[in-house]
Design a protein around this ligand. Structure first.
Ligand SMILES: [Zn+2]
Ligand SMILES: [Zn+2]
Length: 876
């Protein structure tokens, strides 16, 4: 033991020193083939543009709790860290930085731009990684990876080529989501829908000779520029006569055919729809069936292109206004309705997405999704809580082809090459020098891959794939994936897909889903609201332990949380409570106290606290195995705060500072054993203070590598535990009595306990406990209530009574009033129990032990009532 402890706990000093020690001593490092079972978590790689926010804090804390728990439980635990290159986010930052210098991407060219991007990454990319350390994260930093490092890049190329060779990756003209601000294609998952108030414009398209007309409705009049048909349902009697004829697009003047296609719904509006194949995914399909031309009218930055006639060069929403104005003036606008609908926006910049037909690379997801759906259905991959399986199936069952090409430079460049002579496409892991078909020169595809293409491989690319490494064999499949529910589509689904496709095995067993952190009013934390809380500020003020503990308190899987400073302060108070308790124990400890004495040599209070510890070990372990981290942290908190500090230490005080050397040794051993074990149970939640105290309590180098506490049958529940509970009940009653009667705290009282003959001997030995607990000296024990002098107070608890002479302090009238109040309380209990037992439904439906328990309650309440009544009569 190293009993010297500073007077107060200095989290800043302790936390940074301990983290350094852990990292330097290699405690976080995992090795393959140690003979232990592996337990692996891959970190959701934070973006290199990232700064630590509360979302990371909660994510990392949950992972670290699991990792530390498993490490102590005998697993070879690998927490694989790393960062994500974040194609769009990073490129946007660099372009902004260049803009401040007055230069553009085009000015400097691809090579110079990438050089700059790598420099940017060197400079800023590790900020987040440094910040994760302040939280106490026990990542295996030696293994840190990056989605664009050499190995991860090889994995990406290999998988791309293999999917291409299987026909599961293809290049084609399809409607994609285009962000005119980021100037790149986006996948469906990258589009966020927001409800916007807009209008539905009903527009009349006339026949060239005005002999007939057809009215269609649109929310995007500017797309009229790209209309190539009007469609109606083949069975729609209203239009049968004019199918095959033409109409003129108003304000545009171009003639287009009327086609019949089953896509139209007769019941919806007029039953006719305009077809803009280049700017709507459904219209694109109609066009393919009907052989209609595809006419793209927007430029990449959201302006009208050269096909837009008089509207060329107009910004798309300006063009909308201009067209509506012309429709109004020409009388083609039939009506305008207010219309609220969901508009797709870019997840990075929130610009309205333009569906645009474009030549892009796609992954054919349907066949790839099949094993991934099956895996969750048959339980190979489990979601906690399981309601997120629904979210997953919803997405996977309706999966569409995944657009993976991005018109950016920062990222994995697509390994496709095109022949300048014959146009041949070559997809290959190594760049060809000439065209294999004609010998012509080749050039590589300009685009890079969607960031999520590489992060989808994270569970195996970080373990060494495509090489067959020991790590890959030993740590894959990984165990638990911890993530927020907001990236189930982006990331979780794709990892499951790639896991089965590439490794032919699930990437992880369990997906542990958590909610997002909101402010104290329940609002999302955001830059625009300015309501974000910086985790580093919290750590600086109150320590990482307090932050972590506050994030876990009340946390349940999948649910959003709210941030309250009060919660952090409560956690800090808990740290102080633990620290003071440890300091007290160590200062009074007997230097020669060794191992825990045999149960037979322990006092009742000792066996009781050891029994309670035993129960807490079982419960906390069970909660952790069930991903109930909030519950586990609450239980260990209550145990340390209340049972250990407020009860057991109080009881132990007189023995610790008494003259009996043996007692002092025994109680020291128990105090230290319970504290040490509690520190182990608390360690995953509060790694720093527990290490600080644990290493003072014993000679271990670190708590991190100590064995997770196990239950001990020697401390199962017994009659003495029940007696201790009685004594605690009685203590509470005496404390209430003292408060009610305004007995000054320093005023000592005496007491006669009345217990059953079976309990008498035990209470003789416990009589002394009431000294510290209730300010009671000269406590005697009897088995009969007997005569009670008028001037005494009579306390009746369930299973124990106490007679307390308070002659000089008690007013008989007040005592009568107090007893009457007690009688009312007990009568209410009796009425409640009778109500239940007279209810046939309860008696027939409730389990037998519950009914039995209710009967026992009634019997003991009736007994208490008799005693109280007797006492009241005696006072008259
Ligand atoms: Zn954007
Ligand atoms: Zn060629």
């Amino acid at each position: 033991m190293h009993p010297e402890m500073e007077k107060t706990y200095d989290h800043a000093r302790v936390e940074s020193a301990l983290y350094k020690k852990w990292e330097q001593n290699g405690y976080f490092h995992a090795r393959p083939n140690t003979g232990k079972p592996p337990y692996t978590i891959v970190i959701p790689p934070p973006n290199i543009t990232g700064k630590l926010h509360m979302g990371h804090a909660i994510d990392e804390t949950l992972q670290d709790v699991l990792i530390r728990y498993k490490r102590m439980s005998g697993f070879e635990t690998l927490w694989m860290p790393g960062t994500d290159h974040a194609s769009i986010a990073t490129e946007v930052k660099i372009v902004e930085q260049m803009a401040r210098e007055g230069i553009t991407k085009k000015d400097i060219g691809r090579e110079a731009f990438l050089e700059r991007a790598w420099k940017w990454r060197e400079e800023y990319g590790s900020t987040i990684v440094k910040q994760l350390r302040y939280l106490g994260s026990s990542c295996d930093w030696v293994r840190e990876r990056f989605t664009m490092d050499e190995g991860c890049s090889r994995a990406v190329t290999k998988v791309f080529v293999s999917l291409y060779e299987k026909g599961l990756i293809y290049r084609g003209d399809r409607i994609i989501n285009w962000c005119p601000d980021c100037k790149t294609a986006l996948s469906d998952a990258e589009v966020e829908y927001e409800e916007q108030n807009s209008h539905l414009w009903h527009v009349r398209y006339d026949a060239p000779d005005k002999s007939y007309s057809i009215t269609v409705a649109t929310t995007r009049p500017e797309t009229m520029l790209g209309d190539t048909a009007v469609a109606v349902h083949p069975d729609d009697e209203r239009y049968k006569a004019i199918v095959g004829k033409t109409v003129v697009i108003p304000a545009v003047g171009r003639e287009i055919p009327i086609v019949a296609d089953e896509y139209c719904e007769m019941e919806f509006g007029t039953g006719a729809v305009k077809i803009t194949p280049a700017h709507d995914p459904n219209d694109f399909e109609v066009a393919q069936r009907q052989n209609l031309p595809v006419m793209r009218v927007f430029t990449d930055d959201g302006y009208i292109n050269e096909l837009g006639g008089r509207f060329v060069g107009m910004e798309r929403f300006e063009c909308r206004k201009a067209i509506v104005k012309e429709l109004e003036e020409s009388g083609a606008l039939v009506k305008v309705e207010p219309y609220a609908h969901n508009v797709g926006t870019c997840y990075r910049c929130h610009t309205t997405i333009e569906p645009i037909v474009s030549k892009q690379w796609f992954v054919d997801m349907k066949p790839l999704a099949e094993p991934a759906i099956k895996a969750v259905k048959d339980g190979s991959v489990k979601f906690v809580p399981d309601r997120f399986e629904k979210t997953y199936f919803n997405w996977m069952d309706n999966i569409r082809d995944w657009c993976i090409s991005r018109q950016l430079w920062w990222g994995h460049r697509i390994p496709a090459y095109y022949c300048d002579e014959c146009g041949e496409t070559i997809v290959s892991e190594t760049a060809p020098t000439v065209c294999p078909k004609c010998g012509g020169t080749v050039h590589q595809d300009e685009d890079v891959l969607d960031t999520w293409f590489s992060s989808g491989m994270w569970p195996f690319s970080t373990l060494g794939y495509p090489d067959d490494t020991d790590e890959l064999k030993y740590f894959y499949p990984t165990s638990t994936l911890v993530t927020g529910y907001d990236i189930i589509f982006f990331w979780v689904a794709r990892m499951i897909v790639f896991g089965y496709e590439v490794m032919h095995e699930r990437p992880f067993e369990t997906v542990f889903v958590h909610g997002i952190m909101r402010d104290s009013q329940g609002r999302k934390m955001s830059k625009s609201l300015g309501n974000g809380i910086d985790p580093l500020e919290v750590i600086e003020k109150h320590g990482a332990d307090s932050l972590r503990f506050s994030l876990l308190a009340g946390n349940s899987a999948g649910n959003d949380m709210r941030f309250y400073w009060e919660k952090v302060e409560a956690a800090r108070n808990f740290c102080n409570k633990i620290y003071n308790a440890a300091r007290f124990v160590l200062m009074g400890a007997d230097e020669d106290a060794g191992e825990l004495p045999e149960p037979g040599k322990l006092e009742i209070a000792d066996r009781w606290i050891l029994h309670r510890l035993n129960e807490i070990i079982g419960e906390v372990t069970k909660n952790l195995d069930g991903y109930e981290l909030g519950l586990a942290s609450q239980k260990i908190y209550d145990f340390i705060w209340s049972e250990y500090c407020d009860w057991y230490i109080e009881i132990a005080k007189s023995r610790l500072y008494g003259d009996n050397k043996d007692e002092k040794k025994a109680v020291t051993a128990v105090l230290i054993h319970v504290l040490k074990t509690s520190m182990q149970l608390l360690h995953p939640f509060m790694p720093f203070i527990t290490e600080e105290i644990y290493t003072k309590l014993c000679d271990d180098e670190t708590i991190m590598l100590s064995d997770w506490p196990k239950q001990n049958d020697a401390f199962a529940f017994d009659a003495d535990c029940a007696r201790m509970t009685l004594l605690m009940d009685l203590t509470r009653s005496i404390r209430n009595l003292r408060a009610e009667m305004k007995v000054p705290p320093a005023q000592r009282i005496s007491a006669r306990l009345v217990v059953s003959p079976d309990d008498a001997a035990a209470f003789e030995t416990m009589a002394g406990y009431l000294g510290k607990l209730a300010g009671a000296d000269n406590v005697t024990v009897s088995t009969e209530t007997g005569e009670i002098p008028k001037s005494d107070v009579h306390i009746v608890c369930d299973g124990i009574e106490a007679v307390i002479p308070l002659a000089s302090l008690v007013d008989p009238e007040k005592e009568k009033a107090r007893i009457e109040k007690e009688i009312d309380r007990v009568k209410a209990d009796i009425a409640r129990a009778n109500g239940k037992l007279n209810n046939a439904g309860f008696v027939s439906k409730a389990p037998a032990n519950v009914v039995e328990e209710e009967k026992n309650k009634l019997a003991s309440a009736e007994e208490m009532l008799g005693k109280l009544q007797e006492r009241l009569d005696a006072l008259d």
